[in-house]
Design a binder for this molecule. Structure first.
Ligand code: HPA
Ligand code: ZN
Length: 350
């Protein structure tokens, strides 16, 4: 076993994963063909070249136009789990699902969520991968739409739907987390957990992370990289151990950052923040959980102990029950011990 095998086989959670991006390229192209959605090209090698986050979001929105039937949702859900297990030893995943992308085509909340949950439950039975769902506010839409979305969540309680998040960008191409403060307050009043994409790009700010923490009162931060520009806020995050769901490869595309020792995620890890890794949008960024660890760990100047801590941090940051976390921790610890033994037994690793 070499370190690449080790990092691929390391048991992982994935907390920051957009459902539409768990589609395969073949599914995207076939569904687009069926729905008459015109993609810029059908060559997968060319389909996923983006200049920045806003450019990527156009393709991401188009991907939501191709999912229509209950079978589409259930099939993508099930197949996506199988692919994630095979590629990167994913054992638990949280999905961001943005119902507002589907609303213009008249596809309702339960029409999306029920078949996705069916597919994910079937995958859990067959493959042992637990899951929860984060319903994401579409920042392109209004604060009133966001409140209405939370009202829909509250009126349709589903055991797997445990949290509110926010994604896309505002019409001004900003994050502006405070815009959705009312929706977050309502979600919290109803016992939902919360997260938010904040401080993702150099165009964003540590202030957005502060707003997510202090105004939205999030339980977790998606991205959050710009926090390192504010040492005092970074120290607060270290003390509180608020979880950050970081997505290394996406930063090379959405922000044009290089994976190196000075990368903001590397700085966050060195500062002692609670950081886990995810893919964000595996299909579009041509990544998987193995690749995130295999590329980012050495490029960030981190070692296998850091990789293990990052894998275990995904359990701390998860929105599942404490019993499930305890059982995952025991499983991960045993599997990591077996991997450590296998690596130590490999002559070339000495
Ligand atoms: N940022 C904002 N919205 C998104 C992203 C992201 O990285 N991925 C999918 N939707
Ligand atoms: Zn995201």
């Amino acid at each position: 076993m070499n370190t690449n095998d080790y990092l691929r086989l390391l048991p992982k959670t994935e907390l920051h994963c957009h459902f539409a991006s768990t589609m395969s390229a073949a599914q995207l192209i076939a569904f687009a063909d069926r729905e008459g959605v015109v993609l810029p090209t059908t060559d997968p090698a060319l389909l996923f070249n983006f200049t920045d986050l806003a450019d990527f979001l156009e393709a991401f929105r188009a991907a939501h136009q191709v999912l229509t039937t209950a079978d589409d949702f259930a099939q993508v859900a099930y197949d996506g789990v199988r692919a994630a297990v095979a590629a990167g030893s994913v054992r638990y995943r949280e999905y961001a699902i943005n119902p507002q992308y589907f609303a213009p085509r008249g596809i309702g909340y339960r029409e999306i969520l029920d078949p996705i949950i069916d597919g994910l439950r079937a995958a859990q039975t067959d493959l042992g991968v637990g899951f929860r769902i984060v319903v994401a506010i579409n920042r392109h839409d209004s604060p009133a739409d966001a409140v209405q979305l939370v009202e829909t969540m509250v009126a349709n309680p589903l055991p797997e739907v445990v949290a509110l998040g926010q994604d896309d960008l505002t019409p001004e191409l900003t994050e502006d987390p405070a815009r959705f403060a009312d929706a977050y307050a309502l979600a919290r009043r109803h016992g939902l957990r919360t997260t938010a994409h904040a401080g993702e790009r150099h165009l964003d700010s540590a202030e957005n992370v502060r707003v997510a923490l202090d105004v939205l009162k999030v339980d977790r931060v998606d991205h959050g990289y710009m926090i390192v520009e504010d040492p005092e806020l970074t120290e607060r995050a270290r003390e509180s151990q608020i979880p950050f769901a970081a997505t290394p490869l996406s930063t090379t595309i959405c922000s044009g950052w290089t994976l190196d020792h000075n990368h903001r995620i590397a700085q966050m890890v060195r500062a002692g923040l609670n950081v886990s890794f995810s893919t964000d949008d595996a299909l579009f960024f041509r990544t998987d959980m193995a690749r995130e660890f295999q590329e980012a760990i050495p490029a960030f100047g981190l070692d296998l102990d850091d990789a293990k801590n990052i894998a275990l941090a995904g359990i701390d940051g998860a929105f599942c029950d404490d019993d499930e976390k305890r059982s995952m921790r025991a499983q991960f610890t045993a599997q990591i011990a077996a991997l450590d033994a296998a690596l130590a037994d490999t002559p070339t690793s000495r």
